[in-house]
Design a protein around this ligand. Structure first.
Ligand SMILES: [Zn+2]
Length: 307
């Protein structure tokens, strides 16, 4: 079934095209797996195709995967997990519904793992819709990629000794409307999904409940409990510390405030973009064109319903 796309899609400029999380044509390429050891029991696994970061946490009572990666990388990810973990993956936790984060879930479910996800994940992942301005065709996910456990409240997982080994924070409306933060307190690691992007501007999935204000709230929440020696695993890109997280928040707030100012002054989108509202951040986040796409995405979200 095709759903109606939101009315404000009509205002989206074609220049947003490459902002969509399609990670174009990844299925035509071969994954080149890289592994980074993050702690005694945890590894970051990447597929070299730009898909979501996979965080493996090995535990004697069963290993955990926070995001399993893209469907085209599933077999390579599974082989890598087998080579690293001493224990089988019993739990996959999905940070949000995008295909490059949940697409490899079925291979782990077939092996007996449970999948934990936001309670709205399956609803969004099941959608069959086209967002023409982004050249993004959302196809329904494999039913075997869907969560077997729906997360509706903050959740703690304790091991047999009573120690908390995983904490899950359910978010409301940041990158998408299906986001989770996943903390591994013993490893001092936090997987934040695509609420945080490193080396690029974030994507705000307005079509699935994401908002810039929500993303800012999520990062503020995160900064409320992240410690100076904690490390943050973003949905894409390199692991960062709290200092870079603060700089990321400052960027989000600055661009939002510039957009709000332009709206209050009655400017249109073109004059807002011409002011180069992302200028000081472009060099570290993909360049001027990437900044223009992000600013355009911000504008669309903040002016929806106002035009
Ligand atoms: Zn995403």
């Amino acid at each position: 079934m095709r759903i109606q796309t939101p009315y404000f899609v009509a205002f989206l400029p074609v220049l947003l095209a490459s902002a969509a999380p399609s990670r174009a044509a990844a299925q035509d390429r071969t994954p080149e797996i890289s592994v980074e050891r993050l702690s005694e029991h945890a590894w970051l696994i990447r597929d070299g195709l730009g898909s979501g970061n996979v965080l493996l946490y090995d535990h004697p009572e069963g290993a955990y995967l926070i995001d399993a990666g893209a469907p085209e990388s599933a077999a390579a990810i599974a082989r890598t997990v087998d080579s690293l973990a001493a224990h089988p993956v019993q739990t996959v936790i999905s940070t949000h519904y995008h295909a490059d984060h949940i697409g490899a879930n079925p291979i782990f479910r077939r092996r007996g793992a449970r999948v934990l996800g936001h309670d709205r994940l399956a609803e969004e992942a099941a959608r069959d819709t086209v967002i023409p301005e982004l050249r993004w065709e959302r196809t329904p996910a494999d039913p075997a990629a869907m969560p077997t456990v729906r997360i509706t409240t903050p959740a703690l997982i304790r091991d047999g000794s009573g120690e908390t080994i995983v904490a899950i924070q359910r978010l409301r409306h940041g990158h998408t409307g299906t986001d989770l933060l996943v903390l591994l307190p013993t490893e001092k690691l936090i997987h934040v999904g695509d609420v945080v992007e490193v080396g690029a501007y974030p994507f705000i999935d307005w079509w699935a409940g994401g908002t810039l204000d929500g993303m800012i709230e999520d990062v503020e929440l995160l900064l409320g409990f992240v410690g100076e020696d904690d490390r943050i695993v973003p949905g894409h890109g390199d692991v960062i510390g709290v200092e870079k997280l603060r700089a990321y928040l400052e960027m989000l707030v600055t661009v939002r405030n510039r957009a709000r100012g332009a709206i209050a002054r009655g400017e249109d989108r073109e004059s807002f973009l011409a002011s180069r509202p992302t200028r000081e951040y472009d060099a570290a986040r993909g360049g001027e064109e990437a900044g223009r796409r992000f600013a355009s995405l911000v504008w669309v979200g903040l002016t929806a319903g106002a035009e």
